[in-house]
Design a protein around this ligand. Structure first.
Ligand code: HAM
Length: 517
């Protein structure tokens, strides 16, 4: 018999169970309603995509891509898993064929290993045919297997760490630039990042997000299409208004919106600022921690993100991006703020808000909420004009955000707003075999009328039935004995206060409906 083994959810992943899943459903349903009200439609995307998509969009040097992605090499199903030695020649031929047809990606290393493998195979084949000494043959086979093992025999894929990249990929793939612009999409689902798990931080976590994409008309595109327009600022503000309206509807507490502009990549804007920042950081390098020291070279903007206590006073004295924006980006930022004020959205400016993904430009924002400790960001987003183009599409503007659903749930629970709905509306305590048919009919009718009903599969003693109803959190017990069935007058007990009443079948429905409304 197989040895007993206990399986557990993998570190950083978790099971979501009822009744908590009711809260998850409520949070998701509210998003559908609020986002729908702003004209957004749902997009459902694959959980895995080519690694290269995220590397290009999010940035190869970012933590998300360089350290945290779950990557794997898929393998063509046309290739045998463990080819026998006598079939290796055919296996190599098949790899060559799949490379030619594009089913195996053309990776340099694979082509080199393939060449070596072919040579090794020739030696092995000759030795096999000539039946040379086994010692020498074994070495050749080992070499051959090593080459085969080193080949990338399928596409390099990754579990999605975020989906803005996927939304842009889908926008291009489905020619959405031809639809009425802008295209407004929302999504929800699991994301994967290999981070150190802690409260509010998981390796499989859930995001609810939205994106607005707008392809720029050709005649504008041929010119300076990245120039900000007043329309862009209004879109930024409306997207932020929408997420704030959503949080208000959920009753999330201690919500704070931080906004910033990180300009655009021109020398007269962000690039010039980053040079100045780098020079200033070089001067204080000795006082910075190892992470920040490294970032001076790799990504100086990220130093501003540091939470290290010892670095705070130094960072406060660094040059600020707001003082180095080009006129166009400065105008855009001012207009976003005016538009937010028009919409009654309270915000705080935070010049250190740079975000950890490479695709942003101009507006960036983050929202925090109460009850979350150090992982208190419940939403992050910003503008990403040019990302669709970077992924092979037409010149397109974009703005969006993603909400950390796990954190929203935690914050609601901490505030005592995570209360699950009643377990059941009605528990049917039926007694006597003759009442079963009536009990089944009552359960069916009540369920059709939208009530949650528990019908015990076997007859129970009265006391036990009421005890069970209580445990399940039922609000009412419908007591069906032979007398009730005969008289058509059913007894209903309100479990919270023990009061009882008698109702006809129709009267019962009416009573329950009134209690619910
Ligand atoms: P992000 O800031 O990487 O942005 O993630 C957005 C939110 O997802 C965070 O504010 C946080 O609430 C949640 N989150 C991130 N990592 C974890 C984790 N390990 N565990 C739990 N929650 C987490 C993005 O992903 C961008 N795609 C947002 C965006 C959309 N920008 C434009 N459009």
């Amino acid at each position: 018999m197989a040895e007993k083994r206990k399986f557990q959810a993998i570190k950083g992943t978790r099971d979501l169970l009822p009744p908590e899943t009711e809260l998850w459903n409520r949070v998701e349903q509210t998003a559908r309603e609020v986002f729908g009200g702003f004209g957004f439609g749902e997009i459902r995307l694959p959980i895995f995509e080519p690694t290269e998509l995220f590397a290009r969009a999010v940035g190869g040097e970012t933590d998300i891509v360089s350290k945290e992605m779950y990557r794997f090499i898929d393998r063509s199903e046309k290739l045998e898993r463990n080819p026998k030695i006598r079939n290796l020649g055919r296996f190599i031929e098949k790899v060559k064929h799949l490379l030619k047809s594009g089913e195996i990606p053309e990776v340099d290393a694979t082509e080199v290993y393939l060449e070596h493998a072919e040579e090794s195979w020739k030696k092995v084949e000759t030795a096999l045919l000539e039946t040379a000494g086994p010692e020498h043959l074994l070495d050749d086979i080992d070499e051959l297997l090593a080459y085969i093992g080193a080949m990338q025999l399928g596409p390099d894929l990754a579990l999605r760490p975020e989906v803005t990249a996927s939304v842009c990929r889908a926008y291009i793939e489905h020619g959405m630039h031809a639809l009425a612009q802008p295209v407004k999409l929302y999504y929800m689902g699991p994301m994967f990042r290999r981070e150190r798990p802690q409260k509010g931080r998981y390796r499989q976590f859930y995001q609810i997000g939205a994106e607005v994409l707008e392809t720029v008309r050709k005649e504008v595109a041929s010119g300076e299409w990245l120039v900000a327009s007043a329309k862009d600022a209004a879109t930024d503000a409306e997207v932020i208004e929408m997420v704030m309206a959503y949080f208000a509807r959920l009753g999330l507490e201690g919500v704070q919106l931080d906004i910033n502009s990180i300009g655009h990549s021109a020398p007269a804007c962000r690039r010039g600022y980053v040079e100045k920042l780098k020079a200033a950081l070089e001067k204080v390098k000795d006082k910075l921690g190892a992470d920040s020291q490294r970032r001076i070279e790799t990504n100086p903007l990220r130093v501003l993100d540091s939470k290290l206590e010892s670095e705070q006073a130094i960072i406060e004295k660094l040059p600020r991006i707001g003082d180095h924006l080009c006129a166009d980006c400065a105008k855009h930022h001012a207009e976003v703020k005016r538009q937010l004020e028009l919409r009654g959205v309270a915000y705080q400016e935070n010049w250190r808000l740079v975000r950890g993904l490479d695709y942003y430009m101009r507006t960036t924002f983050e929202i925090t909420a109460r009850g979350l400790g150090s992982q208190n960001a419940v939403c992050g987003g910003g503008r990403y004009d040019g990302l669709v183009e970077l992924l092979g599409g037409p010149p397109t503007k974009g703005i969006g955000f993603a909400i950390g659903e796990d954190r929203v749930i935690l914050s609601l629970q901490e505030a005592g707003k995570g209360g699950a709905a009643q377990g059941r509306d009605v528990y049917i305590a039926w007694m006597g075999e003759k009442t079963l048919a009536t009990a089944i009919r009552a359960a069916r009718d009540l369920r059709q009328a939208g009530f949650r009903v528990e019908l015990p599969p076997v007859e129970q003693k009265f006391g036990k039935a009421l005890g069970q109803a209580d445990k399940l959190g039922a609000r009412y017990a419908l007591i069906l004995g032979e007398d009730e069935v005969a008289s058509g007058q059913w007894t209903v007990k309100t479990l919270a206060d023990g009061t009882q009443g008698k109702y006809s079948e129709a009267g019962l429905l009416e009573f329950l409906r009134k209690q619910k409304s």
